[in-house]
Design a binder for this molecule. Structure first.
Ligand code: NAD
Length: 278
């Protein structure tokens, strides 16, 4: 039976470290400020935004909230971001995704100054990650690296397989594992013989977006399995992209859903907000 990687505990440790550093900075008169922009009334987005604001409050990061109606014009949103870019008292800017239909997400994200892009989605930050330069890193994959490191799991020299090649999870995940000297393979929807590929993995990161897709038959004995997926079933319960009951029979370490990767995303956002002032 696999060891459970406790994302709640590790994310709490990250937030407490950020909180301690923020308190130290506050005593020098420095406070990080995050501007959070929500367009529309999507209930899931409202929950995410509230959780981010609560985490800011916990860590001692000031948050500014901009809640705009769903029919906000793209140009008005761009204008707001430009204003926030110019404000010296704002260090981080976050636009909650998805944006309502009709707003060009790429144009909006590209408007955020790379120096304030705490989500790490701006092409400049993505480029920096790919050439190994310091910049903001997408929070979810950055959180996965922390889960591995803080669980004492060696990445260097290991066969790492990432399933999924999205811009916010799969691709930055592969870059980060490469940076940690893993031997990285990225699998995706067009990968032939997926099981053959995943069974090579010492570390398997699953970000497919399909509930319980990966079971024990995809996993090498003793592999570390990180489940990025998050889904709410018809019974109201959360599950991941990995069939936990099956996978935990063969894995050496595994992240649960909930309580694995999920809480790390906000913790790493707090870390990025802190980085924006140091
Ligand atoms: P996405 O839909 O953008 O990408 C999914 C990727 O999976 C694609 O690259 C696709 O090629 C690959 N894929 C799809 N079907 C496949 C198959 N049958 N075999 C192999 N590869 C396949 O999704 P995403 O944004 O990367 O998110 C992935 C999952 O992670 C989702 O469940 C999402 O909800 C979750 N997520 C969680 C967090 C968090 O904070 N925990 C953050 C972001 C995303």
């Amino acid at each position: 039976m696999a060891n459970i990687i406790d994302g709640k505990k590790i994310s709490q440790a990250v937030k407490d470290e950020v909180k301690a550093k923020c308190a130290e900075l506050a005593s020098q008169g420095i406070t990080a400020t995050l501007a959070v922009i929500l367009v529309g009334e999507d209930p899931a987005s409202q929950v995410y935004v509230n959780n981010k604001k609560k985490a800011c409050e916990y860590c001692g990061i000031r948050s500014l909230s901009y809640e705009l109606p769903a029919d906000t014009a793209e140009d008005a949103l761009i204008e707001l971001i430009e204003e926030l870019n110019a404000r010296s008292d704002v260090n981080g800017i976050l636009v909650q995704l998805p944006l309502p239909d009709g707003i060009n997400e790429d144009r909006v994200l590209d408007t955020i100054s790379p120096d304030k892009d705490v989500d790490g989605f701006h092409p400049v930050n993505v480029g920096k990650l790919s050439i190994g330069k310091k910049g903001f890193v997408s929070c979810t994959p950055a959180g996965v690296i922390q889960l591995l490191k803080r669980s004492g799991i060696e990445i260097s020299g290991k066969e790492c397989v990432v399933i999924g090649r999205s811009n916010i999870v799969g691709k930055p995940m592969s870059m980060l594992l490469l940076k940690e000297n893993g031997t990285v393979t990225v699998a995706h929807s067009r990968t032939a013989n997926l099981k053959e590929v995943t069974k090579r993995a010492d570390i398997l990161v699953v970000a497919i977006g399909k509930p319980k897709f990966i079971d024990a038959s995809y996993i090498k004995d003793g592999a570390v399995v990180i489940d990025v997926g998050i889904h709410r079933g018809e019974d109201g319960k959360l599950c991941g992209d990995v069939d936990f009951d099956s996978a935990s029979q063969v894995a050496s370490y595994i992240t649960p859903v909930p309580g694995g990767v999920g809480p790390m995303t906000i913790a790493m956002l707090m870390y990025n907000c802190l980085s924006s002032v140091i």
